[in-house]
Design a protein around this ligand. Sequence first.
Ligand code: BGC
Length: 256
Amino acid sequence: MAKKGNPLGIDIGGSGIKGAPVDLDTGALLQKRLRIDTPQPATPDAVAQVVDQIVDAFAEVTGDSPIGVTVPAVVIRGTVRSAANIDPSWVNTDAEALIKEHTGRSVTVLNDADAAGLAELHYGAAKGEKGLVILTTLGTGIGTALIYDGRLIPNSELGHLEIDGYDAEDRAASSVKEIEGLSWDEWIERLQRYYETIEMLFSPDLIVVGGGVSRDSDLFLPKLRLRAPIVPAVLRNKAGIIGAARLASDLAGLTR
Ligand code: BGC
C-alpha cells in the first residue's frame, strides 16, 4: 500500500510528460504512470501546467512530498541552459522556480539522462559499481550520465561530442536509425565509432545503455567491440521518473 509522502517523479519528454510516485526502498513505481501529451509548442508555462495536473492526480499518495522533474537539457541549479531537443524558450528559464510556482511543492529539476543514471545506480544495472560508469540513453538524441564511485557528475552532454565532423547524436541516436532507414549493421557501425571514442576519452569501467531501443539490446550490444563491459539499462522507460524522485528526496534529506 502506498504511503502518504512518497516522492513523485516526472519525466518531461518531447512527446509525453509522464509521472508516478516512487517507492524509494525498491525503486518501484507505486502506481501506474500517468502520461499526458506534451503541449505544442512546449513552452515552459504550458509544460508547467501539465506538470501541475500530474502533481494533482497523485496528491493522495504523495501529500506534500518533494517532486523531481527531468528535462532533456543542461540544468544548472534549477535553471535550464540548453535546448537541443526542446523548445528554445526554455533556455535561461528557472524551471525549479516556475514549477514550484505552479505546484506549490518543493521541486528539483535535473537532466533526463542524469536522472536515468541515478536510477540505474541505486536500483538497476549500475548498482554497487565502483569506478566510472557511463550511462547513455539512445533516443531522439543521446543523453549521458557520468557516475564515479557512486557520485553523479551532472550535465555531461557526451551526446554532443564531435566525432568525424558530426555532432555524435546526429549520427548515432536511435531516432537517426529510423529517419535514415539504417539497417542494424549500419547503425552498429556508428555506435561502434561512438562508444570507442567514449572509451578512448574516458576509460569507463562500465557502460550502460538505456533508451527505448535498449529493449532490443540483444541485436546490437553483443556486436560492439569495447574493452569495458556494455550492458542494457534495466529500468526502461521508468528510469527518469525513478531517478528524479530519488534525487528530490535525497536533496530534501528524506532518503532513509
Ligand atoms: C540533450 C541532453 C539530453 C539528451 C537526451 C540531448 O540532445 O542535449 O541534455 O540529455 O538529448 O534527451
